[in-house]
Design a binder for this molecule. Structure first.
Ligand code: SF4
Length: 82
């Protein structure tokens, strides 16, 4: 039987619709390979934050987060969403 708390959380969760097409594996972008479609990077740039690590640094490693699931994002500690 499903946990009703999980169902409520799932129903109230905001869906994030990605824009654009995924890059071809033969021509992956530098840095984070998700950066060409990343809503979080766009949000940070709109706030005036420096997102250079998304572009020039190595692919972010998969690391544990405070919310109990791992994330591969240079900005996962800024806000636990990715
Ligand atoms: S490192 Fe994080 S914020 Fe930057 S592009 Fe990748 S997922 Fe988006």
């Amino acid at each position: 039987m499903d946990d009703p708390r999980c169902t409520r959380r799932e129903q109230s969760r905001q869906r994030i619709l990605l824009q654009g097409d995924p890059p071809t594996p033969a021509n992956s972008p530098t840095g984070c390979r998700f950066r060409t479609r990343c809503w979080r990077k766009a949000e940070l740039e709109a706030q005036g934050a420096d997102t250079t690590p998304c572009v020039v640094e190595m692919e972010p490693p998969l690391e544990a987060t405070a919310v109990g699931h791992p994330a591969a994002c240079h900005f996962a500690a800024v806000r636990d969403v990715v």
